[in-house]
Design a protein around this ligand. Sequence first.
Ligand SMILES: Nc1ncnc2c1ncn2[C@@H]1O[C@H](COP(=O)(O)OP(=O)(O)OP(=O)(O)O)[C@@H](O)[C@H]1O
Length: 266
Amino acid sequence: MMLQCRVVSAGYASSSPVLSEVSLEVRQGEIVTLVGANGAGKSTLLKVISGLLRPTHGEIFFMDRRIDACTPLQRLRLGLAHVPEGRQVFAGMTVAENLMLGAYAVQKADRGTIRKRMHDLCEQYSVLRERMGDMVGNFSGGQQQILAIARGLMSNPRFLLLDEPSLGLSPKLVGELFQLIRQLRGAGVSVLLAEQNARAALSVADRGYVIENGRVAMSGRGADLLASSEVAERYLGVGADARFSRERARRLAKDMAMCIGADAET
Ligand SMILES: Nc1ncnc2c1ncn2[C@@H]1O[C@H](COP(=O)(O)OP(=O)(O)OP(=O)(O)O)[C@@H](O)[C@H]1O
C-alpha cells in the first residue's frame, strides 16, 4: 500500500470542520481520483496528505510509515510531491529556474542529480526542451501545466498529488494532460488526482472516491463510477470551468510557497 488515510478529519482555524472521517487508499502504481463539487474538500484532503494542513483526527500512512506528524519537507523527501491547484509557475522566471525550485528543497547539494533529472524531463517534454531559457509568463495554460507537473517530478517522487490539473485547459489539452498522467503511472508513479472534470478523471483512474461535504460519499473502480447514474447526474455535467476568486488565488499562492519548501527547514 502506498498511501492510506484512516478516518481523517480536518479544517481551517476560522471555520467548522471541512473533512469528516475520510478513509482512502492508493496502491502502488494506481491512479486514484477524487471527484466532487466546488468546495467539497478535495484540495483540503490533498493538503492534509502533503502536510500543508494538520488533521484534527485520524492517521495517514505513506509506504507503511505514519506521516501525519511529518513536515511537508519530510514528506517530500519520502517521495510524496504535491502539484497544487492553479499551476502557480513563477511567471518572471525561466523554465529552468522553475524546474530548479522543484528540486531545491530535496537535494540542494546534489547538482549533478538535479541536472540529470532536468535533462530527462526535457527529453520527455519537448516544450521544456525548446523553451528552457524562456520566461514562462506568456506560456499557454497547457504549457504551464506541463511545467508545473515537471517541477513536481524534479523531486523524483514515488507519489504525486495533482490538484485540478485540467482547470482552464481546452478539451484538446485536457486529453494530452490525461495522457501524460497515464505515462506517469507507466513510469511507476502513483497518482492521487483531485478533479472537477469528473468524466476525464474517472476515465483515466483505476479507482475513484466521490467527496461530498467533506465525506466519502461513494468509492469504486473508475469505470464503475463513470457508469453510475448517481455520479452521472451529479458530476458528469460539471466542466473544468471553475472560476478563481481573489481570496482563493491568495490561498493558492500561499500553498504553492509551502509546496516548494519555502517555509521549510534546510
Ligand atoms: N485556507 C482556507 N481557509 C479557510 N477555509 C478554507 C481554506 N481553504 C479552503 N477552505 C474552505 O474549505 C472548504 C473546502 O474547500 P476545498 O478547496 O478543499 O474544496 P475543493 O473540493 O477542492 O473545491 P475546489 O474545486 O473549489 O477547490 C470550502 O468551504 C472552502 O471555502
